[in-house]
Design a protein around this ligand. Structure first.
Ligand code: HEC
Length: 288
């Protein structure tokens, strides 16, 4: 009997030794690809992010959970992100059903990482968003002209078969018109409706964007900062406290792009920040 208990105990102990490391993967830094822009109620949008174990090593094979809570209600939404695009990168589609302020967090492993609150707006009226009707789009006119010319040329050819005299002239005119039409259609600039307008932010907006990035990129996990510490459910203080830190923008541009380029022994990882993200982070760091 004692022996059985011993065996069961030993088995349990072994099982625990082998399962615990799977759960307790230490801690991770979640770095959002980008802050979600304007989010509309009921409209699915993608969240992509990197998971780095101990803030450094990209780690795949996890099932990070994204949870969102609507302020002032009991409503919540959660979704599991999946490996997508490169080691340690995950993505999930999230739909927030109602407008309002949503608090949200991503839990990769270890503690959940709170993200800057999301403002969700009511879906805009569909009419305003619909595409313009093709016929009223001026860029289709040259194509029409080309088509008419082509028809003329074909008509002329048919007439030529019946030996009508003016047919040759008709064919020539048709080819000319269709040529002019198609060439100018090709020369038309593409409608740039999709192109993103560069938004110029005021100094204050730039600072608050930088603060949100400081949270969303996971800087908060390694750096204490009085402006973001309330978003810190868990922190390691691996890097210096940045509350009173300032440095020249020139230096910070190099540092934030790739710390190891600035200092070969740097422990801080390169987080793949874009130039505009770096500018906003610099504005936040130097705003004292
Ligand atoms: C995994 C931990 C970690 C993360 C995440 C992290 N840092 Fe660091 N950071 C460090 C460490 C460690 C140092 C100290 C220098 C070194 O050894 O790398 C540092 C140093 C710095 C410095 C000071 C550089 C200097 O010359 O004194 C700044 C500024 C900084 N980090 C900003 C950021 C920002 C902004 C982010 C987020 C985009 C960030 N860090 C994310 C660990 C981290």
């Amino acid at each position: 009997m004692k022996r059985t208990i011993f065996v069961i105990g030993l088995t349990l102990l072994l099982a625990m030794t082998f399962t615990i490391p799977v759960f307790a993967g230490g801690w991770a830094v979640v770095t959002l690809d980008e802050l979600p822009g304007e989010v509309e109620a009921g409209q699915p949008f993608e969240i992509g992010f990197m998971v780095r174990q101990h803030g450094v090593t990209p780690l795949s094979g996890q099932s990070p959970i994204i949870r969102a809570y609507l302020d002032g209600t009991k409503q919540s939404v959660s979704v599991i992100a999946e490996d997508e695009g490169g080691v340690g990168h995950y993505a999930a589609i999230l739909t927030l059903p109602e407008s309002g302020t949503w608090q949200w967090e991503i839990e990769a492993f270890g503690a959940a990482q709170p993200m800057p609150a999301l403002t969700v707006v009511d879906a805009s009226v569909t009419v305003a968003k619909s595409e313009p009707v093709a016929a009223s789009n001026p860029s289709t006119y040259p194509l029409l002209v080309g088509g008419v010319g082509l028809l003329g040329a074909i008509g002329g050819l048919l007439a030529l078969q019946r030996k009508v005299r003016w047919a040759t002239a008709f064919v020539m005119a048709g080819i000319l018109v269709s040529g002019v039409g198609f060439v100018s259609a090709a020369g038309q600039p593409k409608v740039a409706s999709e192109a993103k307008q560069p938004v110029s932010l005021s100094a204050d907006e730039q600072v608050s964007l930088g603060r949100n990035l400081f949270i969303a990129k996971g800087c908060t996990l390694c750096h204490s900062h009085s402006e973001t510490n309330k978003f810190r459910e868990f922190g390691v203080d691996m890097g210096p406290n940045l509350t009173n830190f300032t440095a020249s923008p020139e230096y910070l541009r190099i540092w934030l792009k790739d710390p190891s380029a600035a200092k070969s022994t740097a422990k801080m990882p390169s987080l793949g920040l874009s130039e505009s993200e770096i500018e906003a982070l610099i504005a936040f760091i130097n705003d004292k």
